[in-house]
Design a protein around this ligand. Structure first.
Ligand code: MN
Length: 194
């Protein structure tokens, strides 16, 4: 990680610069549309959009928390507004490598939904709206979906050694999708879920 001025042994405070993520103190990881091939249900709409532009779908700021079981990793995630066909812009979503690791998200701005599901097939979702906290239980994969027309900004925190498993979702998808119907978000089953 970068040599950011975070003293994980003695503590620190930082200007979280919420309006623009952590741009003064950390570098974001960016996910453009071209990095999400196969993740949206409407493949034709995906290719049509990508032929015109390669928009930034989401980015997240991590601080490089040490990989220690007693530590906490935290940062912000920004999912931008947009759609691929009827499906809203979203993060890839992931399980934690230490599967039984919970996470808390706190919505700072924007409107959206947190999609969650566990390997046993339990599926749930929670609104992401400013001032609301969402508790993602252990074992649940999680994906942020922006259903509004402004950036969806959340603060997240989870145990520092949890790790991320993106591959399972890249392979299987989520069981549910959030799509626009008559101008409003609707949850529908994913016909391509494996
Ligand atoms: Mn997570």
């Amino acid at each position: 990680m970068s040599a950011a001025p975070f003293d994980w042994d003695r503590g620190f405070a930082l200007d979280f610069a919420l309006a623009d993520g952590l741009s003064r103190t950390a570098v974001s990881t960016k996910r453009r549309l071209s990095q999400m091939r196969g993740m949206y249900s409407d493949g034709a709409a995906f290719e049509a959009l990508l032929a015109k532009e390669d928009p930034l779908v989401y980015e997240f700021y991590e601080l490089g928390a040490p990989d220690r079981p007693g530590g906490l990793a935290f940062g912000t995630s920004v999912t931008y507004p947009g759609r691929v066909g009827r499906e809203y812009f979203m993060t890839k979503g992931h399980f934690h490598t230490i599967l039984d690791t919970a996470e808390v998200y706190y919505c700072l701005s924007g409107q959206g939904v947190m999609l969650m599901e566990n390997p046993e097939g339990d599926v749930t979702q929670a609104p992401l709206t400013p001032g609301q906290a969402v508790y993602v239980p252990g074992r649940f994969a999680h994906r942020s979906v922006n259903t509004g027309d402004t950036p969806l900004v959340t603060f997240f925190v989870f145990r520092g050694d949890a790790g991320h498993d993106y591959g399972t979702i890249e392979e299987k998808g989520f069981r549910n999708l959030i799509v626009e119907r008559d101008g409003a978000p609707q949850t529908v089953g994913n016909p391509r879920w494996k």
